[in-house]
Design a protein around this ligand. Sequence first.
Ligand SMILES: Nc1ncnc2c1ncn2[C@@H]1O[C@H](COP(=O)(O)O)[C@@H](OP(=O)(O)O)[C@H]1O
Ligand SMILES: [Mg+2]
Length: 252
Amino acid sequence: MHYSSLLPDVLKIADAASEKVLHVYQSDFKVRLKADQSPITAADEASHEIILNGLKSISQDIPVLSEEGADIAWGERKGWQRFWLVDPVDGTKDFTQRTGEFTVNIALIEFGEPVLGVVTAPALKEAYWGAKGEGAFKRDRTGKIHRIRVATPKEEVRVLASKNHLNPETRAFIDALGPHEMIQAGSSLKFCRIAEGHADIYPRLGPTSEWDTAAGHAILLAAGGTVNKLNGEPLTYGKEDLLNPHFVASGR
Ligand SMILES: Nc1ncnc2c1ncn2[C@@H]1O[C@H](COP(=O)(O)O)[C@@H](OP(=O)(O)O)[C@H]1O
Ligand SMILES: [Mg+2]
């Protein structure tokens, strides 16, 4: 499959969802708690609907798994060779805290590998995308599009960590890296910051779900980086348990 032929449509869908998400962000929105006690707003729901309908219209035969539509039995999912993996709003805490560091995420998974990804940050007016064999790109807040690439680390490693979920295990991993600079960022923007060469490593020795990481992972791969489990094997998708194992995302 030529992934680049899908990218313009997927970017349009993500931009449409972003516009709606930003509209809610700028309003006096209400925050509710889901059954797992994680926060949800009208932005997550509206973004989910726009993305689901958009993806169905461009690819009737590719199923969609979204954080807000994840109740699909393993018996059905296990036969999927190719599927869309979506987080309508990643960084909902950043959204509710109004830090601006939340994203809309769409990934295409093929045989467990994230082969295409689009991440938009509606409040920052940034967008990132990438596809296997096609490289990775950023649209900055002025609308200019640049090709992006991971950087070669200098002596002081630039480490990315979650703003809201930095646990003791991740902290210990970071301390063992030696001289480093800490950069905190919310949501899947952490993968994008490495993809564009602004940071070197993002260790996550704490919980995430497949939809949190897939799009950023695809972009980082396309920019020359890696996302591996602690045993050194690549992080994969379409697992029965949708919680990811611990992983380390890195540039060169
Ligand atoms: N205890 C937990 N279990 C599962 N996922 C968790 C979690 N704590 C945080 N996360 C995931 O981490 C994401 C936020 O990451 P970060 O802190 O790096 O911004 C959340 O995404 P959502 O905001 O989409 O719910 C959520 O999915
Ligand atoms: Mg998320």
